[in-house]
Design a binder for this molecule. Structure first.
Ligand code: IMP
Length: 179
């Protein structure tokens, strides 16, 4: 693995190698197919961060799958419950479908909770979450992701799709913020 890198004002050190990421993704792909049997899985990949994970995971899931990319608008207005978000890009009927949401990272879990709530209004058969990285110590969501690649401590990471101020998404490995 390469040495430490610099993005803007921060320094990051190598954390999870490309080999480790890819072999774990292979296991995840097999686990998903085992759980869903011969059924069609509709993967909904949450942009931007999950594009690299999605691409590598798709190659490891055999059988019938569908894939759509979705995005949660950062903010479209206010209500009594706080920020109102909108789901962008979902232009297919998901009623009765077995959905797996693909995320790069589940941190507080609020993003994925919002996506899950909005999807459930359209009556899919099931909705699960598959994330490459999961920070259990930061998690405040309703239910932990069923599928995850790596549990990591509550420290900032970049690479393999994840950014620091829009930089670092192109890195093949995952780096952790240097203390
Ligand atoms: P949430 O806190 O689970 O809602 O995560 C919100 C979003 O914050 C994620 O989808 C990521 O885009 C971003 N995020 C959270 N933790 C990190 C990190 O360590 N590195 C880069 N992005 C992160």
């Amino acid at each position: 693995m390469t040495k430490e890198i610099h993005l803007k004002d921060k320094t990051f050190v190598p954390y999870i190698s490309e080999d480790k990421i890819l072999s774990r993704i292979k296991e995840l792909g097999q686990e998903l197919r085992l759980d869903y049997g011969t059924e069609n899985i509709l993967f909904l990949s949450v942009l931007n961060g999950s594009f690299m994970f999605t691409s590598d995971l798709m190659k490891e899931v055999t059988g019938e799958v569908e894939l759509s990319f979705i995005k949660l608008s950062s903010y479209v207005g206010t209500s009594t419950t706080g920020e109102v978000h909108e789901l962008i890009g979902l232009n297919q009927d998901i009623e009765g479908k077995k959905i797996v949401i693909l995320e790069d990272i589940v941190d507080t879990g609020l993003t994925v909770d919002r996506v899950r709530t909005m999807l459930k209004m359209q009556n899919p058969s099931s909705v699960e979450v598959c994330t490459l990285l999961y920070k259990p110590d930061a998690f405040k969501g309703d239910s932990a992701p069923k599928y995850f690649g790596f549990e990591i401590p509550n420290k900032f990471v970049v690479g393999y799709g994840l950014d620091y101020d829009q930089l670092g998404r192109n890195l093949k490995e995952i780096y952790q913020l240097k203390e």
